[in-house]
Design a protein around this ligand. Sequence first.
Ligand SMILES: Cc1cc2nc3c(=O)[nH]c(=O)nc-3n(C[C@H](O)[C@H](O)[C@H](O)COP(=O)(O)O)c2cc1C
Length: 217
Amino acid sequence: MENVELQNSKEQRKGIKVLGLLGSPRRQSNTEILLDSALAGAVDRGAEAEKLLLSEMDISPCKEIYACLETGRCAIQDDMQVIYEKILAADHLIFASPIFFYGITAQAKAMVDRCQALWVKKYILGIGKEDTRIRRGVFISVGATKGNNLFDGAVLTVKYFYDAIGVNYINALLVNKVDTKARIREHPSAISDAFLLGQQLVFPSPLRRCETSSNSG
Ligand SMILES: Cc1cc2nc3c(=O)[nH]c(=O)nc-3n(C[C@H](O)[C@H](O)[C@H](O)COP(=O)(O)O)c2cc1C
């Protein structure tokens, strides 16, 4: 019975778009491995997945010229113009960044700041307010140390980022004490937790529950 329900719900979820945003500049490393696993979980639940490598894209920092206040569009012509379209088209988002100095990476922050234009467009100019989709977002992060407040700054940034673009922050996978390249592969549960997170993002069902995980051992 459970399998039939799952199959039916997978059919319903065809065409659901999940966008993964990778903030780490280190390819095939801890954050990307977790993001790939989460995207695989989303695909397992019937969604279509796409990953953007922010560090390989041309993203200027926000210049605070507020052209967006006039038109709802950012005046800076770079890869953000494509990213805006993809963020708006996505049903659900997975934002993934390692911790750099208690925050997200510069590459990821540049993208977040540029999304001020999306906030202005929707909440100041009222463009796109008719979009009634319930969009969900999760956050994946990895840090080297074990401080109690390691993820606090990054989580706040991501919560407000999601808020600004009309996405509901639902969960996070935060893994500490992981430093060297791809070391996350030795973690006992993080990769499977990421898979569950991706499944939960698409199909928030009591069939499977995903816990926020922090390797504090
Ligand atoms: C510039 C820089 C700043 C960092 N700052 C922190 C930090 O404040 N706290 C921490 O625990 N780890 C910090 N780290 C370590 C990374 O978070 C850690 O190596 C992580 O596993 C990198 O993930 P990745 O391999 O997916 O890029 C920093 C690393 C770099 C390169």
